[in-house]
Write a protein that binds this ligand. Structure first.
Ligand SMILES: *Cc1c(COP(=O)(O)O)cnc(C)c1O
Length: 432
């Protein structure tokens, strides 16, 4: 009887969903019905039919402390009763001030000002506008952006323009601005790249990059040393550095920020995703005093004319403060180190498996390329088979083509982490 009711409930939710909702990155013509999730707790998601999934990708990389965290919930409830939102021009509020203070204190020392927005893409848009207008305000015609091939910085037009070109971007080709793309730096190509930048230095406004890990491209990783060299070179040539830590921030690479692995410092940094512990959307762009000063003037035209209705929403800022409390706790820091160690032993354990084309990890990020005989790509046809195989085992993994990655909330239990590895191992052994 209960099962029957549940069946009706699920059918209803899925049917009502497909009647009215258009989902992201989804070919709605052939999409399976969306799975209705009615509850979350820690690393678990519970579907309307009672099925439990381990959220092994932190719900698109945002959820670092687990779902429906009681500590974040308590803080949010208290803040909502105090102040849920207020216009952020001409007004301010304690959660935004406290968050800016705490975060800037944790960031590399050059970062001195924080500009709020809504998500990762808007954090990037703000960063790009800061760079372009920085040179405009100073009367210097540097207008081009330097970016990495395969980069991903978001889906709005500016963020898309500085992202790698792919099948995703073809329809918009004529609407994107000019960008110079360079390869991910390594010890072989770094000198050629630096030479190229020297030649272009008078046109380049900024260099935007995902430090050490390019997430959406398939968790592609690169070394600190060539990145340090590249950053140093750009700084010497007055090419502004925009470090997009939307994905790498808040413990993902084993340290608080990817910046903590680097010797060189950026001019501008972008944050979102883990910023609120995944509880609410929030974007943040921080910059150096040098950038900020270029906008100070009696001439009103030098103002940064950018903002969003929900800029610095007090609830989102409160979630971010609560998330920082949890993140900085000794317990969470130990979990991050534990996950990092386990990833590294799992990598060693499976690297010689004939179905493993490549394996890589950095901190809490683990990725393996599945050997399919086809080239590694987002459109690899094996992807759906992998996705459904893991879902059937109660495991939410969302392969990027034939790249399977694990990106767990830091609260994941030892047992669940072991189950993820074991399930992947079984898949490698069993799937033909
Ligand atoms: C996800 C992501 C973005 C875009 O963030 P959204 O909140 O999805 O708009 C930007 N940069 C990087 C590195 C990302 O991983």
């Amino acid at each position: 009887m209960i099962t029957q009711n549940n069946d009706i409930l699920i059918k209803n939710l899925s049917r009502r969903d497909s009647a009215h909702i258009w989902h992201p990155y989804t070919q709605m013509h052939q999409a399976d019905p969306a799975i209705p999730i009615v509850r979350g707790e820690g690393a678990y998601l519970y579907a309307a039919d009672g099925k439990r999934y381990i959220d092994a990708i932190s719900s698109w990389w945002v959820n670092i402390h687990g779902h429906a965290h009681p500590y974040i919930a308590e803080k949010l409830y208290a803040q909502f009763r105090q102040l849920e939102h207020v216009i952020f021009a001409g007004f301010t509020h304690p959660p935004a001030i406290a968050l800016a203070e705490r975060l800037l204190h944790l960031l590399p020392s050059l970062q001195t000002k924080a500009f709020f927005s809504d998500n990762g893409s808007t954090a990037v848009e703000v960063a790009l506008k800061m760079c372009v207008q920085y040179w405009f305000n100073r009367g210097i015609p540097k207008r081009k952006v330097l970016a990495l091939k395969d980069a991903y910085h978001g889906d709005t037009f500016g963020a898309m323009s500085v992202s790698g070109r792919s099948k995703w971007t073809v329809p918009f080709e004529n609407f994107m601005f000019d960008v110079c793309f360079i390869d991910r730096p390594n010890s072989q190509n770094i000198h050629a790249i630096m030479e190229f930048i020297s030649q272009e230095q008078h046109t380049l406004a900024c260099f935007i990059y995902e430090p050490l890990v390019q997430g959406a491209a398939g968790m592609l990783m690169y070394e600190t040393s060539p990145l340090n060299m590249l950053m140093h070179h750009c700084r010497a040539l007055d090419v502004l550095l925009v470090q997009d830590e939307v994905f790498t921030g808040f413990g993902r690479t084993g340290k608080l920020f990817a910046a903590n692995h680097l010797k060189e410092q950026a001019d501008i940094m972008c944050f979102s995703k883990g910023l609120t512990g995944g509880a609410l959307p929030l974007g943040l762009t921080t910059c150096t005093d040098n950038i900020y000063q270029a906008f100070l003037s009696n001439d009103n035209h030098k103002t940064l004319f950018h903002g969003h209705s929900f800029t610095a929403n007090p609830l989102a800022c409160t979630a971010a403060l609560a998330s920082l409390d949890l993140l900085l706790s000794e317990h969470t820091q130990r979990r991050i180190q534990y996950i990092s160690r386990k990833h590294s032993s799992f990598a060693a354990n499976i690297s010689n498996h004939p179905k493993v084309k490549a394996v890589r990890y950095n901190g809490t990020i683990f990725a393996l390329e599945w050997e399919t005989g086809e080239e590694t790509s987002y459109f690899n046809t094996y992807r759906n088979q992998l996705y459904h195989y893991f879902l059937n085992q109660g495991l939410l993994l969302r392969p990027l083509g034939n790249v399977i990655y694990i990106l767990p909330p830091y609260c994941i239990s030892d047992e669940d982490l072991a189950f993820i590895y074991q399930t992947i191992k079984h898949a490698l052994d069993d799937l033909e």
